[in-house]
Design a protein around this ligand. Structure first.
Ligand code: ADP
Ligand code: MG
Length: 312
């Protein structure tokens, strides 16, 4: 703000002020967003209002809107980081109001979720995963297919459909978690909330939540989030409680409410079914395992990620 009013003062002191002023005004009036606002409010805009509001309008056209000029919240170029302006009529002038921008909203939402669910923690490289940056080796047709399915998902979801998620499986280090992160980021850029939960840690965390009674609250959040990603399913310690009370409850709810769910696992369907059938105590419950598998198959398209181990 400071520098703008200063430059304006400097301007008024100069002999070519009138030219400059008109140049500024032209610039403001040429702006598409300003034009749209003036058209929309043409009946309320009276003589002189634009002149009285010129500095505000100039501020407006120089700020990023809807994160168009800011690749991330950290790089936000606006006066008030994380806030973008819109124009309002305030008495006899046009003024600016600043609201949270999409990047800031997504950031705040993630913080809120993180404060409740610790196992939601996402490693830094995965936080930055993007479709465009997913490296694909020549022989990785499975990854290309997965990218195309994931892009279809985002597009359809954006059009109001509720398509199936993906069940990504494959060995350690092929990039399953990274892939889920890229989908989550793509969804966030379309203002669609998702949550990436690391299953083994989440189950441990829930077990520990009996004492502080936050169990229901955590479970509720995971049940109801618009898009859920269950990362590394099959790596958790299996028990009938984990399978039936937690996993079963989450999947049942999401299936009935038509809420898309993604999975990643080291196991293919058959191996996962086997894992779900045996509790750590050695009890075998094949029917209950089959019931969970049925839900997963109903909710997600299986796709194997094949490639080198990208870790280390
Ligand atoms: P997985 O979950 O299958 O065990 P990760 O998603 O953790 O594997 O990926 C292992 C490492 O490789 C991570 O550090 C990740 O950032 C990196 N990585 C994975 N896939 C890609 C990719 N397609 N392009 C670039 N880096 C990747
Ligand atoms: Mg992983």
């Amino acid at each position: 703000m400071e520098h703008m009013s200063n430059s304006f003062k400097n301007l008024t002191n100069r002999p070519d002020f009138k030219d400059r002023y008109n140049g500024l005004k032209k610039q403001v009036l040429n702006n598409q967003d300003v034009q749209a606002f003036l058209t929309k409010h043409s009946t309320e805009i009276e003589e002189g209002m634009i002149d009285r509001s010129l500095m505000k309008l100039f501020e407006f056209i120089n700020q990023s809107k809807n994160c168009h000029d800011c690749p991330s919240l950290k790089e936000c170029k606006n006066l008030l980081q994380g806030y973008h302006p819109h124009l309002v009529i305030q008495g006899r002038v046009i003024d600016l109001q600043y609201d949270k921008c999409p990047n800031k909203e997504a950031y705040d939402e993630r913080k809120k979720h993180e404060s409740l669910i610790k196992s939601m923690y996402i490693p830094k490289d995965i936080l930055e995963a993007q479709f465009e940056n997913i490296e694909v080796e020549i022989d990785e047709t499975s990854r290309l297919k997965a990218i195309s399915l994931a892009q279809d998902f985002v597009e359809q979801y954006n059009n109001g459909k509720r398509p199936k998620g993906l069940y990504l499986y494959g060995s350690f280090g092929v990039g399953k978690t990274y892939f889920l992160g890229a989908i989550a980021n793509e969804l966030a850029s379309h203002k669609i909330s998702s949550m990436l939960v690391y299953v083994p840690e989440f189950m441990r965390e829930l077990k520990g939540s009996f004492q502080n009674s936050s169990l229901d609250e955590k479970l509720d959040l995971v049940k109801k989030i618009p898009v859920l990603m269950l990362d590394d399913l099959g790596a958790e310690a299996m028990s009938s409680w984990v399978r039936d009370e937690i996993l079963g409850t989450i999947l049942q709810y999401r299936m009935l409410e038509n809420l898309p769910t993604f999975f990643s696992s080291n196991f293919d369907f058959k191996q996962l079914q086997h894992h779900l059938a045996f509790s750590q105590r050695g009890e075998e419950e094949p029917v209950k395992a089959a019931r969970i598998m049925e839900r997963i198959k109903h909710m997600a398209i299986p796709i194997e990620l094949i490639g080198k181990n990208r870790r280390g």
